[in-house]
Ligand binder design. Sequence first.
Ligand code: OAD
Length: 236
Amino acid sequence: MNSTRSNIVILTGAGVSAESGVATFRGAGGLWEGHLIEDVASPEGFARDPALVQKFYNLRRAALRTVEPNAAHRAIARLQREYQRGRVTLVTQNVDDLHERSGSPQVIHVHGELLKIRCTRCHAVHHWTEDITPNLACASCQTAGRLRPDIVWFGEMPYHMDAIYDELAAAQVFIAIGTSGKVYPAAGFVIEAARCGARTIECNLEPSDVSSVFDEHRIGPAGVIAPALVDQLLRV
Ligand code: OAD
């Protein structure tokens, strides 16, 4: 890395929140908090058992109150605030709010957010910190019983893809932290960044499914390797 202008894109996944106590998606034998991912993260699962899916996300939303950002979130926020040689764009697959709470000035949530709910009738999205109950009414169209978590489920279109691809094309450095590389399109961001000429760095507990595409690998817990990487990027 040299001192010329250099935009950075950071992609984070569940591994960045693991040390805060938020369960990863594929950590426990492929189950997410005891459920098959397809049962709680797909339109088909929601149609089959809406009560189960609402309860699942209500619990995840409530659990956010019991966790705090960790050293990896804080290091990324520090890089975003202090880096002088270009933009630092943060893209997260995480639906928690730990990047925001650690002081990140900008976060793109490609898979939605636990603290937002969406009306399936009028499509309005609202900030929401409580449970979604069966008769909860939409604050925009007043219709009851049509609210769902504003989470991108399997088979649905991830958010902000145009903006993300623009940033990948303009990046000189692409860093993935704590993601298994199993879910596309996010898993393919490294391929696009590399195609556009970025140097690519993977930070993870273990090699991901797309490890071979990265130029550099830093293996270890995000709470240790992210602060070290940020120190290095801010020193150059
Ligand atoms: P995964 O659970 O698939 O992968 C988490 C990765 O983080 C794994 O490679 C772990 O080895 C690594 N990891 C665990 N603890 C770590 C730590 N302390 N430090 C560094 N790395 C650690 O999570 P994602 O890749 O984020 O989508 O999953 C991608 C998407 O799949 C999620 O956004 C979600 C899920 O289905 C939707 O909900 C749409």
